[in-house]
Design a protein. Structure first.
Length: 911
């Protein structure tokens, strides 16, 4: 007789024990414990909500099988918890806390106050908690449950009253069985094999223990080490295990042990469990099925569920297949336990959703629908009907408040119709014609009502800068995330694609599994090259943050929806170059006139209300240039002695800075800084149109909701002109970037701005948008008609050709020279100058001596020009030219006329 004994364990211990025949080769249905809320905030030690997600082996995603009640919870950070067990009656068993969502430090509570429960999830989706222990695992965690008949339970955990206890379904008390080890991540009750125990993850104990060769129900049982999982490693503490009886002899002879680092196979040889091999598949929880002589092994870790098969389970070696990721944990959730669901006699229709997190906005006609795919072996073409409910009654979204669009008999789009702001977990049910049904749950949020042109950008709440790539699409960066997304301008929803260049451009700044925030705040495009700049300031705690000093470049190929980015290189010394230039008086205004060094010294708030911080938030190229870029600052305001002017610094070799990874041979060269009066505001974005006009988004240096638009003609000597004030957007959106702008600027022409609303509670949920999971975060874009556009920037105009014109007056004459008499003779003429240049100079060739044939006067001719220089364009400027000639009493003079040809030149250095 061939028996399969299955034990499940996840991120602590997930136990399924039972005897079954090898099943047919049909896709397994896998149940996975997911802790948290789809798209929700980061998990903490507080009690977190729990769902059971279903995954089909070989399938293409997951869906929510059951959302557990809010008083069946797990700790958000205790990785040993959440092991799932399949009961012989077809239900699932989950050890958990009988505590409300949000209960602080739930795994330290007393069990008398917060009972340790065993939730029973029936195949119909009904959830009950008949077993509620008040005497076990007090002050600690409940980690796993094991059963062979659905009534007698063995449980593991930490805290008081033993690491393994036993009880029966429906009880409130338990009997301790094991006290050593004093913490257990998993217990496995194995018919014919006994009771096996895995130690707690914090113990650094890499042994699997056997507490008894039978299945005890009373007494304290000493444990014996029977397997070691660290022959070649020091990070393989056992988690959940599966035991198999494959040889027909009573009792198991094959075991698979899941650890956080590896998956091990053991074989019982001559009464000793011997290591038969290991793979690098990591997990901690495990489930297994058999078909066609192959062991299908399913494991989970925090982020995913994987399958790896043993092709020769009855051999003394581990002949394993390539591991395969079946599903990734939804954003805002972590995976814990795993179990294999029993096959249904008459399977229900299967429902797969396009996402488990869907952000929408009230009244948005472009918001994306929820995609639904139905698979039914009984009635493949339906017709199918849908219904929806929320976990508790919510007024913002009534039951069944959605429209269904059938794409074909099995594919549908569900468009929800919220009436107000809110957030909830929604259950969608699909029913077949004969009444069989299946449910999925997903996280849903509705943000504030939009106007006719506003759109939301899902996937980030802190949009900070944008680049138009044509065809109605923009590249948008988020200053809280290290990603760039490609978004349509006129439709709400998630990006078509994302790029994260952290791996190549900031690999040295990665910390554990969290990449440091580069705070991308500015961007500019020159041809096919796009530059992205961090803020180059301190972090929000006024601490030095070198990762923010990143300037990197990408090349764009294609346009519109087909645009793609390729990393080029980076530069990390711009902040240091600016500080050195200012300190050395490179601008000629005085050493440290701009106060850059002080602004980037630890303790300087980058968003100080007095404008003394530093944050680069605007970047654009000078007119007609691909090398000189204007670096614009939100702060500091200048000068340091009287902060009220916005700062813009030209970098004249900008294109040379990113030619390396990072480039270190070249330093930034700077032009004369521009100081702009923007009404006490700094620059949040600057963008140039095809007509050479610049739109400036100005905003407060601190968090105050003050914004304005300015237009500038690109002439350094000209000041930007205010077009209008801007109110903060819906839900406190702060305008930070320009997705598209008109060319030329005329009254009523439209620009689309994008904004940051990371600090807003966009779903009235009590959580700032930036603290939600990335999928549920949204930024906002809106269009604005330009108001008071100055005429210098648009409308009728003319072209001034380059002109240097010099007109000389009548020839000058000294009259008659008197021989033998010492005298200085004078003569004068005039000139007229027209110059369109920035400067001009009038010079004359060396006058030499007046000549009469071959005879020259002894004294040279002298010439004075007044004025001879101009520092601005002039029209018909008069010039006085005076000639002087000295003749001495003994100077010989020849009869006739003395003359000299002279060349006058009008020139410029700035045409």
């Amino acid at each position: 007789m061939s028996r399969v004994l299955r034990t499940v364990l996840l991120a602590g211990a997930l136990s399924v024990t039972g005897v079954a025949s090898a099943h047919a080769a049909t896709p397994d249905r896998i149940a996975v414990v997911a802790v948290g809320t789809p798209g929700g905030p980061a998990l903490t030690a507080a009690a977190a909500p729990v769902s059971i997600l279903q995954v089909v082996a070989g399938g293409d995603g997951y869906g929510s099988f059951t959302k557990l009640p809010n008083d069946v919870t797990l700790s958000g950070t205790e990785q040993m918890e959440g092991h799932l067990t399949a009961s012989p009656d077809g239900s699932l068993l989950l050890p958990a806390y009988g505590a409300a969502v949000g209960t602080p430090a739930v795994n330290t509570t007393a069990s008398a106050d917060v009972p340790r429960v065993v939730a029973k999830i029936a195949a119909t989706g009904t959830v009950t908690t008949p077993t509620r222990l008040t005497d076990a695992f007090s002050g600690g965690a409940i980690t796993s449950v094991s059963t062979i008949d659905g009534d007698r339970l063995w449980l593991s955990g930490t805290g008081g009253n033993g690491s393994v206890v036993t009880t029966t379904t429906g009880s409130t008390t338990s009997v301790p069985l094991v006290t050593t080890p004093n913490a257990a991540s998993a217990v496995m009750a194995v018919p014919g094999g006994g009771l096996f125990v895995s130690p707690g993850y914090a113990s650094n104990d890499e042994h699997l223990y056997q507490a008894s060769t039978d299945l005890p129900t009373s007494g304290i049982h000493p444990t014996t080490r029977v397997m070691t999982t660290n022959p070649n490693s020091d990070s393989t503490i056992p988690g959940q295990s599966v035991f198999l009886d494959l040889d027909g002899t009573p009792g198991p002879e094959t075991a698979y042990v899941s650890t956080p680092s590896n998956l091990y196979k053991f074989r019982l040889l001559n009464g000793v469990w011997e290591n038969a091999g290991a793979t690098s598949t990591n997990g901690g929880t495990i489930a297994l099925t058999m078909s066609d002589g192959v062991a299908h092994i399913y494991t989970t870790n925090r982020v995913g569920v994987m399958e790896q098969d043993d092709l020769t389970p009855n051999a003394n070696t581990f002949t394993y297949s390539q591991s395969q990721f079946l599903a990734t944990a939804p954003d805002g959730m972590e995976f814990r336990g795993v179990a294999v669901l029993p096959a249904a006699a008459t399977p229900a229709p299967q429902l797969d959703l396009s996402t488990l997190s869907l952000p929408n906005a009230v009244g948005d006609p472009t918001q994306p629908p929820l995609g639904a795919t139905v698979t039914d072996t009984v009635t493949p073409a339906g017709p199918f009907t849908f219904s929806s409910t929320t976990e508790v009654p919510f007024t913002f979204l009534a039951p069944n408040a959605f429209d269904v669009a059938a794409l074909d008999p099995t594919h549908f789009n569900l468009t929800f119709k919220p009436s107000a702001i809110g957030r909830a977990t929604i259950t969608v049910t699909v029913a077949a014609p004969d009444g069989r049904s299946f449910t999925r749950t997903f996280g849903y949020g509705a943000s504030a009502a939009t106007d006719a042109t506003s759109r939301y950008l899902a996937g980030g709440s802190d949009a900070s800068t944008a680049i138009d790539v044509g065809g109605g699409y923009s590249l948008v960066a988020d200053d809280e995330l290290n990603v760039i997304g490609l978004y349509p301008d006129d439709r709400s929803g998630k990006p078509l694609t994302n790029w994260d260049f952290s791996a190549v451009s900031n690999v040295d700044l990665a910390v554990v599994n969290k990449k440091k925030e580069r705070d991308i705040e500015a961007s500019a495009r020159a041809g096919d090259r796009v530059y992205w700049a961090g803020s180059h300031g301190l972090d929000k705690d006024a601490k030095v943050a070198p990762e923010r000093n990143t300037l990197y470049a990408t090349d764009v190929t294609g346009s519109g929806a087909d645009a793609s980015l390729r990393y080029v290189g980076q530069y990390n010394n711009l902040q240091a170059d600016l500080a050195a230039w200012d300190h050395a008086n490179g601008h000629g205004l005085g050493a440290d006139y701009l106060g850059i060094t002080k602004s980037v010294t630890k303790g300087s708030d980058p968003k100080a209300a007095d404008g003394s911080g530093l944050s680069i938030e605007g970047l654009e190229f000078a007119p007609g240039s691909t090398s000189t870029a204007y670096v614009a600052f939100r702060a500091p305001l200048e000068p340091a002695s009287n902060r009220h002017l916005a700062l813009v610094v030209p970098v004249t070799n900008f294109d040379q800075l990113v030619q390396g990874n990072p480039q270190t041979a070249v330093h930034a060269a700077f032009g004369a800084p521009l100081l702009w009066d923007l009404g006490g505001l700094g620059v949040r974005e600057i963008r140039r149109n095809d007509a050479g006009q610049y739109l400036i988004v100005a905003g407060a240096v601190d968090a105050a909701p003050r914004f304005a638009l300015y237009a500038w003609d690109g002439v350094a000597a000209h000041a930007p002109v205010k077009t209008q004030d801007l109110a903060a957007g819906t839900e406190g959106t702060g305008w930070e970037g320009v997705m598209s702008l008109p060319s030329p600027f005329v009254h009523g022409s439209v620009a689309r701005l994008v904004g940051d609303r990371g600090d807003a509670d966009i779903y009235a949920y009590g959580t700032a948008a930036k603290d939600l999971g990335a999928v549920m975060r949204t930024s906002r874009s809106d269009t604005f008609a330009l108001d008071a556009v100055p005429t210098v920037l648009g409308g009728p105009g003319g072209v001034v050709p380059a002109t240097l014109s010099l007109t000389l007056g009548a020839p000058a004459s000294f009259g008659a020279f008197t021989p033998g008499v010492a005298k200085e003779y004078t003569a004068a003429t005039t000139a007229n100058v027209i110059s369109t240049a920035g400067d001009a100079t009038l010079t004359v060739s060396d006058p030499g001596h007046l000549m009469n044939g071959t005879f020259a006067l002894p004294e040279p001719l002298r010439i004075a020009i007044a004025p001879a220089t101009w520092s601005a364009p002039v029209s018909n400027a008069p010039v006085a030219i005076t000639f002087r000639q000295t003749i001495g009493a003994t100077d010989a003079v020849r009869t006739g006329t003395y003359t000299r040809s002279l060349t006058f030149t009008l020139s410029t250095t700035t045409p």
